[in-house]
Design a protein around this ligand. Structure first.
Ligand code: AMP
Ligand code: MG
Ligand code: MG
Length: 306
Protein backbone atom coordinates (compact mmCIF):
# COMPACT_ATOMS: atom_id res chain seq x y z
CA UNK A 1 0.00 0.00 0.00
CA UNK A 2 2.63 2.54 1.12
CA UNK A 3 4.97 1.88 -1.80
CA UNK A 4 2.12 2.27 -4.28
CA UNK A 5 0.84 5.57 -2.87
CA UNK A 6 1.62 8.72 -4.90
CA UNK A 7 4.68 10.69 -3.77
CA UNK A 8 2.62 13.51 -2.21
CA UNK A 9 0.74 11.03 0.01
CA UNK A 10 4.02 9.46 1.15
CA UNK A 11 5.61 12.87 1.77
CA UNK A 12 2.58 13.90 3.86
CA UNK A 13 2.51 10.59 5.80
CA UNK A 14 6.24 10.73 6.46
CA UNK A 15 6.00 14.40 7.51
CA UNK A 16 3.24 13.56 10.01
CA UNK A 17 5.39 10.86 11.67
CA UNK A 18 8.50 13.05 11.56
CA UNK A 19 6.77 16.13 13.03
CA UNK A 20 5.66 13.98 15.99
CA UNK A 21 9.24 12.82 16.60
CA UNK A 22 10.49 16.42 16.37
CA UNK A 23 7.84 17.40 18.94
CA UNK A 24 9.29 14.78 21.32
CA UNK A 25 12.77 16.27 20.86
CA UNK A 26 11.40 19.77 21.63
CA UNK A 27 9.79 18.49 24.87
CA UNK A 28 12.99 16.64 25.87
CA UNK A 29 15.20 19.74 25.46
CA UNK A 30 12.85 21.75 27.68
CA UNK A 31 12.74 18.96 30.27
CA UNK A 32 16.55 18.85 30.41
CA UNK A 33 16.52 22.62 30.92
CA UNK A 34 19.60 23.71 28.95
CA UNK A 35 18.10 25.58 25.99
CA UNK A 36 21.44 26.65 24.43
CA UNK A 37 20.05 29.97 23.18
CA UNK A 38 21.85 31.71 20.29
CA UNK A 39 20.69 35.06 18.81
CA UNK A 40 20.27 34.89 15.03
CA UNK A 41 19.24 38.57 14.92
CA UNK A 42 17.10 41.08 16.76
CA UNK A 43 14.19 39.23 18.41
CA UNK A 44 15.21 36.06 16.58
CA UNK A 45 16.48 33.41 19.02
CA UNK A 46 17.48 29.84 18.19
CA UNK A 47 17.67 27.04 20.77
CA UNK A 48 19.02 23.51 20.94
CA UNK A 49 15.43 22.39 20.28
CA UNK A 50 15.28 24.32 16.96
CA UNK A 51 18.63 22.83 15.87
CA UNK A 52 17.91 19.24 16.91
CA UNK A 53 14.30 19.18 15.63
CA UNK A 54 15.51 20.48 12.25
CA UNK A 55 18.22 17.80 12.03
CA UNK A 56 15.65 15.09 12.81
CA UNK A 57 13.16 16.39 10.22
CA UNK A 58 15.57 17.07 7.38
CA UNK A 59 17.61 13.89 7.88
CA UNK A 60 14.43 11.78 7.94
CA UNK A 61 12.76 13.40 4.91
CA UNK A 62 15.99 13.57 2.87
CA UNK A 63 16.62 9.90 3.60
CA UNK A 64 13.17 8.92 2.34
CA UNK A 65 12.93 11.45 -0.52
CA UNK A 66 16.49 12.12 -1.69
CA UNK A 67 15.47 14.08 -4.80
CA UNK A 68 12.98 16.41 -3.10
CA UNK A 69 14.24 19.93 -2.30
CA UNK A 70 13.97 20.69 1.42
CA UNK A 71 14.51 24.17 2.90
CA UNK A 72 14.72 24.52 6.68
CA UNK A 73 14.78 27.64 8.83
CA UNK A 74 18.01 26.71 10.58
CA UNK A 75 20.14 26.48 7.42
CA UNK A 76 22.49 23.63 6.52
CA UNK A 77 22.28 20.94 9.18
CA UNK A 78 24.43 17.93 10.04
CA UNK A 79 22.28 15.08 8.73
CA UNK A 80 24.34 12.41 10.41
CA UNK A 81 21.77 11.75 13.13
CA UNK A 82 21.32 8.89 15.59
CA UNK A 83 18.89 6.11 14.61
CA UNK A 84 16.46 7.37 17.21
CA UNK A 85 16.06 10.62 15.22
CA UNK A 86 15.78 8.96 11.81
CA UNK A 87 12.05 8.44 11.28
CA UNK A 88 11.11 5.68 8.87
CA UNK A 89 7.38 5.37 9.62
CA UNK A 90 4.69 6.66 7.33
CA UNK A 91 1.50 7.60 9.18
CA UNK A 92 -0.83 4.73 8.34
CA UNK A 93 -4.03 6.64 9.10
CA UNK A 94 -3.13 9.29 6.55
CA UNK A 95 -2.24 6.71 3.91
CA UNK A 96 -5.78 5.31 4.12
CA UNK A 97 -7.01 8.50 2.40
CA UNK A 98 -7.20 8.68 -1.37
CA UNK A 99 -4.96 11.07 -3.25
CA UNK A 100 -6.71 13.97 -5.03
CA UNK A 101 -6.39 13.44 -8.81
CA UNK A 102 -4.55 16.75 -9.30
CA UNK A 103 -1.54 15.62 -7.22
CA UNK A 104 -1.29 11.97 -8.34
CA UNK A 105 1.42 12.49 -10.91
CA UNK A 106 3.49 15.25 -9.31
CA UNK A 107 7.19 14.36 -9.64
CA UNK A 108 9.64 14.60 -6.71
CA UNK A 109 11.48 17.48 -8.46
CA UNK A 110 8.27 19.57 -8.50
CA UNK A 111 8.08 19.62 -4.69
CA UNK A 112 9.68 21.93 -2.16
CA UNK A 113 9.34 21.07 1.53
CA UNK A 114 9.54 24.12 3.82
CA UNK A 115 10.50 23.25 7.40
CA UNK A 116 10.12 25.39 10.50
CA UNK A 117 11.31 22.90 13.12
CA UNK A 118 10.04 25.07 15.97
CA UNK A 119 7.71 27.99 15.30
CA UNK A 120 7.35 30.32 18.28
CA UNK A 121 10.90 30.05 19.65
CA UNK A 122 10.64 33.31 21.62
CA UNK A 123 7.53 31.93 23.36
CA UNK A 124 9.26 28.55 23.95
CA UNK A 125 12.06 30.31 25.83
CA UNK A 126 9.52 32.36 27.83
CA UNK A 127 7.37 29.44 28.95
CA UNK A 128 4.40 29.99 26.60
CA UNK A 129 4.83 26.47 25.31
CA UNK A 130 1.26 26.07 24.03
CA UNK A 131 2.16 28.56 21.24
CA UNK A 132 4.92 26.29 19.90
CA UNK A 133 4.38 24.28 16.71
CA UNK A 134 6.43 22.20 14.27
CA UNK A 135 5.64 23.23 10.69
CA UNK A 136 6.24 21.12 7.57
CA UNK A 137 4.83 22.68 4.40
CA UNK A 138 4.69 20.99 1.01
CA UNK A 139 4.71 23.17 -2.08
CA UNK A 140 4.07 22.00 -5.62
CA UNK A 141 5.79 24.45 -7.96
CA UNK A 142 4.62 27.85 -6.59
CA UNK A 143 1.66 26.75 -4.48
CA UNK A 144 1.42 25.72 -0.82
CA UNK A 145 -0.51 22.47 -1.20
CA UNK A 146 0.01 20.34 1.91
CA UNK A 147 0.87 21.10 5.51
CA UNK A 148 1.50 19.62 8.92
CA UNK A 149 1.09 21.68 12.11
CA UNK A 150 2.23 19.67 15.13
CA UNK A 151 1.68 21.09 18.62
CA UNK A 152 4.12 19.32 20.99
CA UNK A 153 2.68 20.70 24.25
CA UNK A 154 -1.02 20.10 23.55
CA UNK A 155 -2.39 17.75 26.19
CA UNK A 156 -4.83 15.17 24.82
CA UNK A 157 -7.82 14.17 26.96
CA UNK A 158 -6.07 10.83 27.73
CA UNK A 159 -2.99 12.73 28.98
CA UNK A 160 -0.87 12.05 25.88
CA UNK A 161 1.22 15.05 24.88
CA UNK A 162 1.06 16.52 21.39
CA UNK A 163 -1.36 16.62 18.49
CA UNK A 164 -0.85 16.71 14.75
CA UNK A 165 -3.04 18.69 12.37
CA UNK A 166 -2.75 18.13 8.62
CA UNK A 167 -4.26 19.61 5.49
CA UNK A 168 -4.01 18.75 1.81
CA UNK A 169 -5.76 20.85 -0.81
CA UNK A 170 -8.37 18.81 -2.65
CA UNK A 171 -8.55 16.28 0.22
CA UNK A 172 -9.29 18.27 3.40
CA UNK A 173 -7.91 18.39 6.92
CA UNK A 174 -7.48 16.15 9.94
CA UNK A 175 -6.36 16.11 13.57
CA UNK A 176 -8.69 18.78 14.96
CA UNK A 177 -12.35 19.77 15.14
CA UNK A 178 -13.18 22.87 13.12
CA UNK A 179 -15.23 25.44 15.04
CA UNK A 180 -16.66 28.63 13.47
CA UNK A 181 -15.56 31.89 15.10
CA UNK A 182 -18.30 33.62 17.12
CA UNK A 183 -20.82 35.68 15.13
CA UNK A 184 -21.24 39.35 16.02
CA UNK A 185 -17.58 39.77 16.99
CA UNK A 186 -14.37 40.38 15.08
CA UNK A 187 -11.36 38.92 16.86
CA UNK A 188 -7.87 39.45 15.46
CA UNK A 189 -4.93 37.22 16.30
CA UNK A 190 -1.50 38.78 15.91
CA UNK A 191 2.15 38.82 17.00
CA UNK A 192 3.16 39.29 20.62
CA UNK A 193 6.87 39.76 19.96
CA UNK A 194 7.33 41.46 16.55
CA UNK A 195 5.03 44.48 16.53
CA UNK A 196 5.89 47.99 15.31
CA UNK A 197 4.10 51.29 14.60
CA UNK A 198 3.15 50.30 11.05
CA UNK A 199 1.65 47.03 12.17
CA UNK A 200 -0.28 48.79 14.94
CA UNK A 201 -1.68 51.22 12.36
CA UNK A 202 -3.02 48.28 10.34
CA UNK A 203 -4.58 46.69 13.44
CA UNK A 204 -6.29 49.97 14.30
CA UNK A 205 -7.99 50.02 10.88
CA UNK A 206 -10.10 46.97 11.74
CA UNK A 207 -13.11 47.44 14.00
CA UNK A 208 -12.01 44.51 16.12
CA UNK A 209 -13.79 43.47 19.30
CA UNK A 210 -10.63 41.82 20.65
CA UNK A 211 -6.94 41.45 19.73
CA UNK A 212 -5.17 38.24 20.80
CA UNK A 213 -1.38 38.50 20.95
CA UNK A 214 0.15 35.06 20.58
CA UNK A 215 3.38 33.57 19.22
CA UNK A 216 4.00 31.74 15.97
CA UNK A 217 2.30 31.62 12.57
CA UNK A 218 1.24 28.00 13.18
CA UNK A 219 -0.55 28.75 16.45
CA UNK A 220 -2.33 31.79 15.01
CA UNK A 221 -3.69 29.71 12.14
CA UNK A 222 -4.81 27.08 14.67
CA UNK A 223 -6.78 29.84 16.38
CA UNK A 224 -8.58 30.54 13.10
CA UNK A 225 -9.28 26.84 12.55
CA UNK A 226 -10.71 26.43 16.06
CA UNK A 227 -12.85 29.58 16.01
CA UNK A 228 -10.80 31.59 18.52
CA UNK A 229 -10.21 34.39 15.99
CA UNK A 230 -11.63 35.66 12.70
CA UNK A 231 -8.43 37.00 11.13
CA UNK A 232 -4.63 36.84 11.48
CA UNK A 233 -3.05 40.21 10.71
CA UNK A 234 0.73 40.82 10.46
CA UNK A 235 1.34 43.99 8.43
CA UNK A 236 5.13 44.04 8.45
CA UNK A 237 7.98 41.95 7.00
CA UNK A 238 9.55 39.31 9.26
CA UNK A 239 7.68 36.06 8.68
CA UNK A 240 9.39 33.64 6.28
CA UNK A 241 8.21 31.03 3.77
CA UNK A 242 8.73 28.22 6.32
CA UNK A 243 6.37 30.08 8.70
CA UNK A 244 3.50 30.34 6.21
CA UNK A 245 3.72 27.36 3.82
CA UNK A 246 2.21 24.72 6.13
CA UNK A 247 -0.32 27.08 7.81
CA UNK A 248 -1.47 28.35 4.39
CA UNK A 249 -2.00 24.83 3.04
CA UNK A 250 -3.91 23.64 6.13
CA UNK A 251 -6.06 26.78 6.34
CA UNK A 252 -6.91 26.73 2.64
CA UNK A 253 -7.66 22.98 2.71
CA UNK A 254 -10.29 23.97 5.31
CA UNK A 255 -11.70 26.73 3.04
CA UNK A 256 -9.79 29.71 4.47
CA UNK A 257 -7.30 32.04 2.85
CA UNK A 258 -3.70 33.13 3.66
CA UNK A 259 -2.11 35.88 1.55
CA UNK A 260 0.06 38.96 1.86
CA UNK A 261 -1.66 42.16 3.02
CA UNK A 262 -2.51 42.91 -0.62
CA UNK A 263 -4.52 39.69 -0.95
CA UNK A 264 -1.93 37.90 -3.12
CA UNK A 265 -0.57 34.43 -2.47
CA UNK A 266 3.14 34.04 -1.88
CA UNK A 267 5.10 31.73 -4.20
CA UNK A 268 6.90 28.78 -2.55
CA UNK A 269 9.24 27.50 -5.29
CA UNK A 270 12.86 26.87 -4.30
CA UNK A 271 14.14 30.16 -5.74
CA UNK A 272 11.92 32.64 -3.88
CA UNK A 273 13.14 35.13 -1.32
CA UNK A 274 12.65 33.63 2.13
CA UNK A 275 11.16 36.74 3.79
CA UNK A 276 7.45 37.46 3.34
CA UNK A 277 8.02 41.18 2.74
CA UNK A 278 4.37 42.10 2.33
CA UNK A 279 3.18 40.70 5.64
CA UNK A 280 0.45 38.15 6.28
CA UNK A 281 -3.34 38.33 6.22
CA UNK A 282 -5.27 35.13 6.92
CA UNK A 283 -8.94 34.45 7.52
CA UNK A 284 -11.52 31.69 7.68
CA UNK A 285 -15.23 32.18 7.04
CA UNK A 286 -14.72 35.86 6.14
CA UNK A 287 -14.81 37.96 2.98
CA UNK A 288 -11.02 38.00 2.59
CA UNK A 289 -11.04 40.67 -0.15
CA UNK A 290 -13.01 42.98 2.14
CA UNK A 291 -10.37 42.53 4.86
CA UNK A 292 -7.62 43.40 2.35
CA UNK A 293 -9.48 46.64 1.56
CA UNK A 294 -9.34 47.68 5.22
CA UNK A 295 -5.50 47.80 5.30
CA UNK A 296 -4.54 51.51 5.03
CA UNK A 297 -2.85 52.49 1.75
CA UNK A 298 0.03 53.99 3.74
CA UNK A 299 0.75 50.62 5.38
CA UNK A 300 0.62 48.82 2.03
CA UNK A 301 2.96 51.34 0.45
CA UNK A 302 5.42 50.98 3.33
CA UNK A 303 5.79 47.22 2.77
CA UNK A 304 5.92 47.58 -1.01
CA UNK A 305 2.44 46.24 -1.70
CA UNK A 306 0.17 47.91 -4.23
P1 AMP B 1 5.16 36.08 15.46
O1 AMP B 1 3.80 36.31 14.94
O2 AMP B 1 5.84 37.35 15.92
O3 AMP B 1 5.21 35.01 16.49
O4 AMP B 1 6.03 35.60 14.23
C1 AMP B 1 5.67 34.48 13.44
C2 AMP B 1 6.93 33.88 12.85
O5 AMP B 1 7.62 34.86 12.08
C3 AMP B 1 7.92 33.43 13.91
O6 AMP B 1 8.62 32.32 13.43
C4 AMP B 1 8.87 34.58 14.04
O7 AMP B 1 10.13 34.19 14.45
C5 AMP B 1 8.90 35.13 12.61
N1 AMP B 1 9.09 36.58 12.63
C6 AMP B 1 8.14 37.54 12.56
N2 AMP B 1 8.68 38.77 12.62
C7 AMP B 1 10.01 38.60 12.73
C8 AMP B 1 11.12 39.48 12.83
N3 AMP B 1 10.95 40.80 12.83
N4 AMP B 1 12.34 38.93 12.94
C9 AMP B 1 12.50 37.59 12.94
N5 AMP B 1 11.51 36.69 12.84
C10 AMP B 1 10.27 37.19 12.74
MG1 MG C 1 8.62 30.39 12.72
MG1 MG D 1 11.37 28.44 13.87
Amino acid sequence: MAAAAPVIMRVMASSISTAKRAGGIIRDVLKKGDLGIVDKGKNDPQTEADRSAQRCIIASLANKFPTVKIIGEEGGSDLNVCDDWLVNDLDEGFLQQSCPAEWKDVKPEDFVIWVDPLDGTAEYTQGHVEHVTVLIGIAVKDAAVGGIIHQPFYQQPDGEMGRTIWGLKGLGTGGFTAVPAPAGQFIITTTRSHSNALHQQALNAFASTEVLKVGGAGFKVLQLLEGKAHAYVFATPGCKKWDTCAPEAVLEAQGGCLTNINGEHYAYNADVEHVNRQGVLASLGQNHAALVEKIPAEVRAAVGAK
